[in-house]
Design a protein around this ligand. Structure first.
Ligand code: MN3
Length: 205
């Protein structure tokens, strides 16, 4: 068994104008596929790790032999982070969350606009390549986290339920150096129904 590149639930041009088709296609078929391939190569002689769900592999990263550990952090993290990213995007996205998740978000951040402002600020200010995540921590609290490179919240026992890739490869073709404009456009394609489902699944653990 090996890790596989997930199929997207929408076409490469479906998220325009927020994310252009060429960026989507390169991001999925080159960048994400590259992480999956390199993860499989790193684990080819370690079937006990190659057969783990990606979430378990990253949670138990300290058990992974040191000789391949950094490769698994980079490429396993890259696989998990991008899989989440594609899942929480939708051509029918935007608007605002509802239900239990919306209540908890407002509990933690005051209101939805306040949450978006804080998340946007954190995403825009990631230094170099990395991600902004909304995570549910092991105390059941929602928090916004910045991570460098492909470091996954799963390695810290946190469950990411929203992620925004702010590596230049995620936006440079359309936005060049204007990361803040990309972050702003992201809100129009967030699938809050999906994020709410991920919240409910994570809070039942
Ligand atoms: Mn990426």
């Amino acid at each position: 068994m090996s890790f596989e590149l997930p199929k997207l639930n929408y076409d490469y041009n479906a998220l325009e104008p927020s994310i252009d088709a060429q960026t989507m296609e390169i991001h999925h078929t080159k960048h994400h596929a590259g992480y999956v391939n390199k993860l499989n190569v790193a684990l080819q002689d370690y079937p006990e790790f190659a057969n783990m769900p990606i979430e378990d592999l990253l949670l138990h990263i300290d058990d992974v032999p040191e000789v391949i550990r950094q490769k698994v952090i980079n490429n396993g993290g890259g696989h998990a982070n991008h899989t989440l990213f594609w899942e929480i995007l939708s051509p029918d996205g935007g608007g605002s969350p509802t239900g239990e998740f919306a209540e908890e978000l407002i509990n933690q951040f005051g209101d939805f606009e306040g949450f978006k402002d804080e998340f946007s600020e954190k995403a825009t200010s990631v230094f170099g390549s990395g991600w902004a995540f909304l995570i549910l921590d092991n105390q059941g609290k929602l928090k916004i986290k910045r991570h460098s490179f492909q470091n996954s919240p799963l390695m810290h026992g946190n469950t990411p339920i929203l992620g925004l890739d702010v590596w230049e490869h995620a936006y440079y073709l359309k936005y060049q150096n204007k990361r803040a404009a990309y972050v702003e456009a992201f809100w129009d394609i967030v699938d809050w129904k999906k994020v709410g489902e991920l919240y409910e699944a994570a809070s039942e653990k």
